[in-house]
Design a protein around this ligand. Sequence first.
Ligand code: HEC
Length: 97
Amino acid sequence: MAATTRRRIATRARIADTGSVVAIAQKHCVACHAIRPTHEAFPEAPKGVRLETVEELRRYAVLIEQQAVRSDVMPLGNETGMTDDERRDLGAWLGGE
Ligand code: HEC
């Protein structure tokens, strides 16, 4: 019997690993979107949106895409200097399941 091994062809864009996506949120979002924000202007998470865990990132996936992937509304004023690469990685991961 001929062994026909089919290779899986990767059709999707590279998906950022979960660890680096959490790191992106740590760097660019949690100063405001945390239980206890460190940003002096925000005593609590704006709109109650906290982005500290994988579960929270998943829960707000649609809104995050609107705010930080398909637009640059967030991070607010881009104070943290989020890059297009980081937005792409975030978007790929959010849409990757
Ligand atoms: C400097 C503070 C700050 C940072 C940093 C920040 N946000 Fe926000 N975020 C806000 C504020 C303020 C609002 C509420 C805006 C409003 O009232 O419409 C908000 C709202 C949101 C909302 C809810 C939008 C809605 O319509 O309900 C999402 C989702 C969000 N931010 C995602 C992010 C993501 C993702 C990041 C990081 C890439 C981020 N934010 C970084 C301040 C921040």
